[in-house]
Design a protein around this ligand. Structure first.
Ligand SMILES: Cc1cc2nc3c(=O)[nH]c(=O)nc-3n(C[C@H](O)[C@H](O)[C@H](O)COP(=O)(O)O)c2cc1C
Length: 364
């Protein structure tokens, strides 16, 4: 109510990127005030319930709904986002060196489509700045994943060095890691998803992860985030390669280049489309991955989830956890309580005692 009636009308009058900085900066600063985290938890927090808590990758997720990558690119507001009902969050995408990203404007609202188009281009302060910031956190209340990418100027043949550098610098500060090879806004990044480039990149990533595990005496999971704009054959190859590489899971999916079915004038903007128009396609990808791997590789679903029904569809298709981004912009932090309550009701309706029983249910 608060966000819909007060916050959103204000934010939606502002330039989208300015509103975004205001939210992240506001959450960062508010969380530093004495007692503020407790207040945020009272207003927006979600009470953990045994039917929806998930144990995965050796981590405990108090709820299955997380914050997708790209909102807190520099890990500035982990405490704030941890207090408004998310069960986990991603920070990043972070690159080894800080970079400005693309020219402004680069973020566009499409309210009539309940969507966003962005061509941010991995604007971030770099791995060192993120490491410094995350090292100051006394505790992490929810699992925090670090989403890593390559600098724009790094050619694809050297991309593995960028991913390895990020892992080396950030290993102690993330609970798990996400290899982002699916942003449409870094030229040619998505070609790392295909052919021998994918297998050699994942070999390098797994190598660095196991070296860091030795150095720090603890293993951490690494997942790969993929694009929805792939043919069936490409997807089959990607899933095969990812499964064979030893990574712990897949995030499906990133934003899409498709513009099908949009009504808003901003549809002409270049960049990745997120929100409602992405929902069905990302669910279809989840379904195909689950079928191909027979449920053996955990999937985090991302794309157009606004409602409990949308989250549940992704879970029934094969996702163990689900993430949101665009729904938070349109619906505000109240969305987390709605998703939680709605998911509980849907589990009950279908006679499941725990969410894990619903994962992949469409395929049985
Ligand atoms: C403005 C914006 C920036 C994003 N930046 C990143 C990013 O840096 N790394 C990444 O992996 N995904 C990024 N994403 C994609 C989201 O993490 C998410 O996968 C996608 O938006 C689909 O989910 P949604 O429909 O719930 O927004 C970004 C999305 C938006 C809207």
């Amino acid at each position: 109510m608060l966000y819909r009636n007060i916050g959103k009308p204000l934010f939606f009058k502002m330039d989208p990127e300015k509103a975004h900085h205001l939210v992240v900066g506001g959450l960062e600063r508010t969380a530093l005030l004495p007692g503020a985290e407790a207040v945020m938890r009272t207003v927006y927090g979600v009470k953990e319930t045994p039917d929806l808590a998930v144990d995965l990758f050796g981590l405990h997720f108090p709820t299955p709904i997380g914050l997708a990558a790209g909102l807190d690119k520099n890990g500035m507001a982990v405490r704030g986002f941890s207090s408004i009902g998310f069960g986990f969050m991603e920070v990043g995408t972070v690159t080894p060196k800080g970079q400005p990203g693309n020219e402004l404007p680069r973020l566009f609202r499409l309210p009539s489509d309940e969507a966003l188009i962005n061509r941010m281009g991995f604007n971030n302060e770099g791995a060192e700045a993120m490491a410094r910031r995350l090292s100051l956190l006394k505790e992490r209340r929810i699992p925090v994943a670090i989403n890593i990418g390559k600098n724009k100027e790094t050619p694809n043949e050297d991309a593995h060095d960028d991913y390895k550098t990020c892992i080396r610098q950030l290993f102690p500060y993330g609970d798990f890691f996400v290899v982002n090879i699916s942003s449409p806004n870094t030229p040619d990044l998505r070609s790392l998803q295909h052919g021998s480039e994918l297998s050699s990149l994942l070999d390098a990533v797994m190598n660095e992860m196991s070296q860091q595990a030795k150095v720090h005496g603890t293993q951490k999971a690494v997942l790969v985030k993929i694009a929805p704009d792939v043919s069936d054959e490409e997807l089959e190859y990607m899933v095969d390669t990812i499964s064979g590489s030893g990574v712990s899971g897949i995030i499906a999916t990133n934003t899409t280049l498709s513009r099908a079915g949009l009504s808003h004038g901003n549809a002409k903007e270049t960049g990745g489309l997120s929100g409602k128009p992405l929902r069905e396609r990302s669910t279809e990808i989840i379904s195909r991955i689950y079928q191909q791997t027979k449920g053996s590789l955990p999937i985090i679903g991302s794309g157009g989830v606004f409602t409990a029904k949308g989250a549940y569809e992704k879970i029934r298709a094969g996702a163990t956890l689900v993430e949101i981004y665009t729904a938070l912009i349109y619906e505000g932090p109240e969305v987390n309580r709605r998703l939680h309550a709605g998911l509980r009701a849907l589990l009950k309706r279908d006679g499941y005692a725990h969410i894990s029983e619903a994962v992949g249910a469409n395929h049985r």
